[in-house]
Design a protein around this ligand. Structure first.
Ligand SMILES: *[C@@H]1O[C@H](CO)[C@@H](O)[C@H](O)[C@H]1NC(C)=O
Ligand SMILES: *[C@@H]1O[C@H](CO)[C@@H](O)[C@H](O)[C@H]1NC(C)=O
Ligand SMILES: *[C@@H]1O[C@H](CO)[C@@H](O)[C@H](O)[C@H]1NC(C)=O
Ligand SMILES: *[C@@H]1O[C@H](CO)[C@@H](O)[C@H](O)[C@H]1NC(C)=O
Ligand SMILES: *[C@@H]1O[C@H](CO)[C@@H](O)[C@H](O)[C@H]1NC(C)=O
Length: 492
């Protein structure tokens, strides 16, 4: 190479590295964006929220069209997920996978410039609670998606992976060095890892220190928070001071033991919820996530894997329509509230504070509460609360949660308001057998927030004719059906 070319090359290298230097501290922040909400953030607002907070990688749980469009030309790299329900059809034929890739990957790359880097095939399909439901379909689906990506000319650009729960490995000795894959899926795991490795694709694992604390009240708290220096877990020459590293290195040991010591690993989900359990609160979540973000910004690895790994925080915002089967905390994993409002401050790197969502529109500042005239001994009260909470999210009312200490009246008010907001403050929705009334005075108290929902334009279309629009009023629905029957019977 001539001297001039050499200099030019050097100049460009400097440009590239100084560009990276400028954004250092926010480079490599990644997060999960789930949309199981009654009122999801508008896609463009969510993408701006990601960018404003230094996230340049995002993981979606499905090929949500609005999200994939909004992510186009955003500078954010995307991992797009495939729900477990879709594994069986994808396993059944390459053509299904070809269609899926064409429709949900190729088209967004070519039409919108969406920077899709990974397809996540399934979501924790080998979770022990799923039993063997997805054991037969996950690997064939993975192979078919990989074949479809190659067919679409995306084999280099887009990699496959399978996000797995950390219960796919275990350790008999209780130490990370004893790590190996669960015996019932050992062979399957090796086949999948070999396939990923052959295709230069990473393994993705979800790690939840919160669940360690949730499952075991005697679990050492400091050890859950990157801070168990007083009682470290000693494993040969390594002293583990936190369960995150110990858990991750258990996987690395399992990989080493089976001949995959250099297999790339992504942490697909890790985070801390803020509500719905004694151990789910804002102080704990801030403590955990701050230490995590600091590690990511430092590029810190683990004792057995010094090089940093992509770590996707879980999650961007709360999701009030998620199943609470795992626990009431499940709807409160957001770094932000459901509307992109700030729950707690974090230093995202170099002192950069969290930035809330911009441009969010809200419904009117009014709340539905238990009316002062109503009596706590009204026989309709229990059913009214139960009805409200069967439709809306009342997980903050539980023991140890943010609204767990409300008195009975405020408790009822909370339930009524959640219902009222969830149905977009619909006319007539604040009428629980005359037990409720509207107020303009914010009933929030201490840690308990009485929310106002985002205005998604759903309340602006009276008169409502749909059945959905009558959901809150079973009596009206019955009257409607009776009238219909009368009309039909009368006609014949
Ligand atoms: C694209 O993905 C969505 C969401 O996962 C799915 O419902 C749809 O069937 C997929 N399209 C094709 C052609 O498979
Ligand atoms: C998986 O395949 C095995 C062997 O073909 C079969 O015995 C088993 O019933 C299948 N499991 C499911 C859940 O389909
Ligand atoms: C760990 O605990 C010490 C002492 O309480 C504290 O100074 C330090 O900031 C903590 N570190 C993290 C990462 O929380
Ligand atoms: C508040 O409501 C929740 C949900 O209906 C219920 O489990 C709890 O017992 C109630 N608490 C009080 C003090 O009424
Ligand atoms: C609510 O109050 C109104 C007016 O007092 C009354 O006519 C109506 O029957 C009451 N409805 C219920 C369900 O109690």
């Amino acid at each position: 190479m001539g001297r001039r070319q050499y200099l030019l090359c050097f100049f460009f290298l400097c440009l590239i590295s100084s560009d990276q230097g400028l954004v250092k501290g926010v480079v490599g922040l990644a997060c999960n964006w789930g949309t199981q909400s009654t009122h999801p953030l508008e896609a463009n607002i969510a993408v701006k929220l990601l960018k404003d907070n230094g996230f340049n990688k995002v993981k979606l749980f499905e090929a949500d069209p609005a999200a994939l469009k909004a992510l186009g030309k955003s500078g954010i790299q995307v991992m797009v997920g495939i729900p477990n329900e879709f594994l069986a059809p994808l396993a059944s034929s390459v053509q299904v996978a070809v269609n899926w890739v064409q429709r949900n990957v190729s088209s967004y790359i070519s039409r919108y410039g969406t920077d899709i880097r990974y397809v996540a095939v399934g979501n924790e399909p080998f979770l022990q609670t799923f039993k063997d439901t997805f054991l037969n379909t996950t690997f064939p689906a993975l192979q078919n998606i990989q074949a479809a990506l190659i067919k679409a000319g995306l084999g280099r650009q887009v990699k496959v992976t399978v996000p797995l729960n950390a219960d796919v490995y275990q350790t008999d000795s209780g130490l990370p060095s004893g790590g190996n894959f669960r015996s019932d899926i050992h062979g399957l795991m090796i086949s999948i890892i070999k396939f990923l490795s052959d295709n230069n694709a990473p393994l993705t694992i979800n790690i939840y220190p919160f669940l360690s604390l949730y499952a075991d009240p005697h679990f050492p708290v400091d050890y859950a928070f990157f801070n168990g220096t007083s009682a470290p877990v000693v494993d040969g020459s390594i002293s583990y001071t936190n369960v995150f590293e110990a858990n991750f290195d258990t996987l690395i040991s399992a990989l080493e033991k089976n001949g995959f010591s250099s297999m790339p690993v992504i942490v697909g989900e890790v985070g801390w919820p803020t509500d719905g359990d004694r151990s789910a609160n804002i102080n704990y979540a801030r403590r955990f996530n701050q230490a995590l973000v600091d590690r990511i910004n430092r590029g810190q690895g683990t004792p057995k894997r010094k090089t940093p790994t992509d770590i996707y925080l879980f999650a961007l915002a709360d999701e009030d329509a998620k199943s609470v089967r795992p626990g009431n905390f499940e709807r409160h994993w957001g770094i932000f509230y459901y509307d992109g409002a700030i729950k707690y401050q974090l230093d995202m790197g170099n002192g950069k504070a969290l930035v809330p969502a911009k441009g969010v529109r809200y419904l009117a500042r009014q709340w539905c509460v238990m009316s002062p005239e109503a009596s706590l001994s009204d026989p309709n009260l229990p059913n009214s609360i139960a009805y409200a909470c069967s439709y809306a999210d009342c997980t903050s009312l539980g023991y140890g949660s943010s609204c767990g200490t409300l008195d009975a009246r405020s408790n009822a008010s909370y339930a009524f308001n959640m219902y009222y907001q969830t149905v977009d403050q619909r006319n007539g929705a604040c009428s629980f057998s005359n037990l409720s009334t509207l107020t303009k005075v914010d009933p929030s108290q201490n840690t308990c927030r009485f929310e106002i929902m985002m205005d998604l334009g759903k309340h602006e279309t009276p008169p409502r004719r749909s059945f959905a629009g009558r959901k809150e009023n079973p009596a009206a629905m019955m009257a409607f059906i009776s009238a219909l029957i009368l009309i039909i019977c009368g006609a014949y």
